[in-house]
Design a protein around this ligand. Structure first.
Ligand code: PLP
Length: 369
């Protein structure tokens, strides 16, 4: 029996050849490995792709989130401990970036789609609330209209965590994820829809002043060489990764379409009443299903040679590192429900029709005990 991998990165990389090898060799031969032409061009191309004016390549997605919050904190003189609203269901980086910037994460429960619930935001806003970080989880686009409405009403900064949603759109519109808030953070971790062959990240925004501060913070607090205005850090997207990302960006929309086609088949042909899919429009970084006895479904799929993962087994307020920020008496039932029942099926632009059918058949043949 052939194993169907959760994500076949080897096959994804091979599908871009020989372009990746050519791009890497070009950088090798250039003798210029950081802060060069490839990074500058990628920044331009990715900004245009996201329909924004500014893009800063950084070392990873966590840095993209952290640097944006730190830049905004510095520019607007936020105090240590000021509050930033994050969803209770996301990857840990969203909340850790807040803590790293000396700010306090305030958890808000999610909708059944695992997206920050706009109607719950207002109830946690205090005089110390400064920002909201909606996460386009699994590749779905958050209800940004509703979130921006609350943000405008209270003068809050909105940072999209777009690490799972490169190329995503507002359903029925041309607007892209990354252009819907005041700034957005992307990760180019190899498994993302736009993935490097190593670490990478980017901040995008319409805000020139914010972008300039992020760029400077990521460069030891210097706008020009050896003149360090702030205590910054070193966070760079390197030339080899930028060259690789330029090759892959060119095909991102087509790759996302392929993911959508597979998701449409999953949704249409998975008819097992014990397994629930989401209906929300998405670029399908992840295809989550929900089932009462997740371990049994995982076991069943493993026996059929299908790899699955869980995104994510703990809600953010359940993570050991976040216990200082859990307000007594609060609960996040939807985030917890998702953490207990979610299972992610294989999905990627390089899956074959046979693999897609095998996944569907295996899910449909599952009978809960
Ligand atoms: C991947 C991811 C990040 C962090 O990206 P890294 O590049 O791994 O630091 C942040 N937020 C979300 C939602 C992610 O999925």
């Amino acid at each position: 029996m052939q194993t169907i991998k959760f994500l076949d990165l080897q096959r994804i990389t091979a599908s871009f050849e020989p372009k990746l090898t050519t791009a890497v060799h070009k950088v090798l031969d250039s003798g210029w490995y950081l802060h060069g032409q490839e990074t500058r061009l990628f920044e331009e191309e990715f900004a245009a792709f996201c329909h924004v004016s500014e893009c800063i390549g950084v070392a990873n997605g966590l840095d993209a989130l952290y640097l944006t919050l730190q830049a905004k904190k510095d520019l607007c003189s936020w105090n240590d401990g000021d509050e930033v609203i994050v969803p209770a269901m996301t990857f840990i980086a969203t909340a850790q970036a807040v803590v790293r910037a000396g700010l306090t994460p305030i958890f808000v429960d999610v909708t059944e789609n695992a997206l920050l619930s706009p109607s719950l935001i207002e109830s946690v806003i205090t005089s110390r609330t400064r920002a909201i970080v909606p996460v386009h989880l699994y590749g779905q686009t958050c209800d940004m209209d509703a979130i921006m409405k609350v943000a405008d009403k209270y003068g809050l900064f909105v940072l999209e965590d777009a690490a799972q949603a490169h190329g995503g759109r507002v359903e029925g519109h041309t607007q892209r994820v990354g252009s819907l808030g005041h700034a957005a953070a992307f990760s180019f971790y190899p498994g993302k829809n736009l993935g490097a062959l190593g670490d990478g990240g980017a901040v995008v925004s319409h805000d020139k002043i914010l972008a300039e501060r992020v760029r400077s913070l990521a460069n030891y607090g210097a706008k020009e060489k050896y003149n360090h205005e702030y205590a910054g850090c070193n966070s760079r997207l390197d030339e080899i990764q930028a060259a690789i990302l330029r090759v892959k960006l060119f095909r991102l929309d087509a790759d996302n379409d392929k993911r959508r086609q597979i998701a449409d088949l999953y949704r249409k042909i998975i008819t097992n009443p014990a397994v629930k899919c989401l209906q929300h429009d998405s670029v399908y970084h992840i295809f989550p299903v929900f089932t009462a006895n997740r371990e049994a479904l995982h076991q069943h799929l493993t026996e059929h040679g299908i790899q699955t993962l869980v995104h994510y087994p703990l809600a953010i307020h359940e993570q050991p590192c976040m216990q200082d920020y859990v307000v007594p008496g609060t609960s996040f039932p939807m985030a917890v429900k998702i953490a207990r029942t979610e299972l992610s099926l294989p999905i990627s632009p390089v899956m074959t029709d046979d693999e897609v059918s095998a996944v569907i058949n295996a899910v449909n043949s599952y009978t809960p005990l």
